[in-house]
Design a protein around this ligand. Structure first.
Ligand SMILES: Cc1ncc(COP(=O)(O)O)c(C=O)c1O
Length: 446
């Protein structure tokens, strides 16, 4: 594969762009993305199982969205909401609140990205409850502004050298579906309860902010027992329950919001990524009485909720509601799971689990150590994903040994199958010892 122009771009990038902005897996310089096909600067083509980190749920350059963007571009690109109103942000907010779980009256506060939507969650929770302590969950990724990185605990690289962070944030263990029911029942709130009984007065806790399915933490759905108990604890103690849906929202897990898998009506929902249907947008949506608690300009941004992003969001929202989309989603979801099951059957020595919801899936890569017990295979994971790249598939890893499977929801089934065939080939080559250790020098991930 020729990657000369990509390599050249990587060199130029290093001269002018701060290194903290790339988690590099391979020298992919994107030139064009159509649907689920990425073309790099050298003309190489790849199937997209990353979907721009789950921010292109309907694929790149989806005609439905492009048309809406072009139409809005003819009118105005952006005019600040700080002093004015516009029909696009209003119409998009009307649609978003109509999808609020449980049909409760809700309002939206727009921003620029998922990170500042998490900042909004902290501000609104503190203001509404007149309490200041916030609970987040270990291994969670909430974003990179100061507020959201104060909630984040999935890597010390988002903390080192930059403290102090926002005070009064406490992180507790997240219990996922990888935990058995009895342990979950016994342990899931134990650490929190110990804290409440010793140094953390529960009456000072404003909110818990939780990803119902951790994304970068390992594509790990929360254990239903954990979610139920956590929700009950919140209800019993006047704590807001905030669902962090930045990565899993907008049908990534098969529903508008991943919290719907748990039958919980949250107090607020944090949105980012696909909320802008490919453009820069973030939003916090919450029960109306909560969203009414802050005066302007407590949380507004010059470009927040910009008209083009809202126009794109409206077009995507309306498409999500069509029978056509729902049919494609159901078919692709069934296909993704059957392909993954086949992979697991074919490579039992490599694939230890598949997990997730809908089209948000983690494939766990493990190996047997000298004692015969299973352990995460970090090098193997990287070798497999790098080989996939060489063979024409973009897939990355999270939490070290988990392949992140998040293709566009509307991907052509043939491309989906071809993507899994590539993973299959890469795993076979890895099992046969055909992938050199040399590829590990490309690893500059988390
Ligand atoms: C769950 C989650 N929350 C928040 C963020 C931050 O979003 P953004 O990068 O748009 O600020 C991300 C980004 O990966 C995420 O996955």
């Amino acid at each position: 594969m020729n990657t000369q122009d990509c390599q050249e771009l990587v060199k130029r990038d290093k001269q002018v762009i701060a290194p903290c902005q790339h988690l590099s897996y391979f020298p992919l310089a994107v030139e064009k993305v159509q649907g689920a096909t990425i073309t790099d600067a050298d003309g190489n083509q790849f199937i997209d199982f990353l979907t721009s980190a789950s921010s292109l749920n309907l694929g790149s350059c989806n005609p439905v969205i492009t048309e809406a963007i072009e139409e809005q571009l003819q009118k105005f690109t952006q005019y600040t909401q700080a002093y004015c109103y516009n029909s696009k942000s209003i119409a998009y907010a009307e649609r978003l609140v109509s999808a609020y779980p449980g049909g409760v009256p809700a309002k939206v506060c727009f921003g620029n990205c998922g990170s500042d939507a998490n900042d909004a969650a902290v501000k609104f929770a503190r203001a509404y409850t007149s309490r200041h302590k916030i609970i987040s969950f270990l291994n969670g990724y909430y974003g990179n502004t100061y507020g959201s990185s104060s909630l984040t605990t999935c890597t010390t690289r988002m903390r080192e050298k930059m403290g102090p962070f926002l005070p009064e944030i406490y992180s507790f263990p997240f219990f996922g579906v990888d935990c058995d029911d009895a342990t979950c029942e016994r342990e899931c709130l134990a650490e929190m309860t110990r804290a409440f009984n010793s140094y953390l007065p529960v009456s000072d806790v404003a909110a818990v902010i939780i990803e119902p399915m951790q994304g970068d933490g390992g594509l790990l759905p929360a254990h239903p027992i954990f979610m139920k108990k956590l929700y009950e604890l919140c209800r019993a103690n006047g704590i807001l329950f905030i669902s962090e849906e930045v990565q899993q929202g907008f049908f990534r897990t098969g529903k508008w919001f991943s919290i719907e898998h748990y039958g919980i009506v949250p107090d607020c929902i944090v949105m980012g990524k696909s909320v802008g249907a490919s453009l820069t947008l973030g939003a916090l949506m919450g029960k109306a009485e909560i969203m009414d608690c802050l005066p302007a300009p407590a949380h507004l941004f010059t470009l927040g909720g910009n008209a083009i992003a809202c126009a794109a969001g409206i077009a995507a929202f309306d498409y999500y509601k069509t029978d056509e989309f729902q049919r494609i989603l159901a078919d692709n979801t069934a296909l993704v799971w059957s392909e993954a099951e086949n992979l697991k059957k074919k490579h039992p020595e490599i694939v230890s689990f598949i997990r997730g919801f809908g089209m948000s899936m983690g494939i766990g890569v493990t190996k047997k150590n000298a004692n015969g017990t299973e352990e995460s295979d970090l090098d193997g994971t990287f070798k497999i994903l790098y080989r996939c790249y060489e063979l024409g598939l973009i897939v990355i890893s999270v939490a070290g040994n988990i392949l992140r499977i998040q293709p566009p929801l509307v991907i052509d089934p043939k491309e989906l199958q071809r993507g899994f065939a590539i993973i299959d080939q890469a795993m076979s080559e890895y099992a046969a010892g055909k992938i050199s250790d040399d590829v590990l020098s490309n690893r500059a991930g988390w």
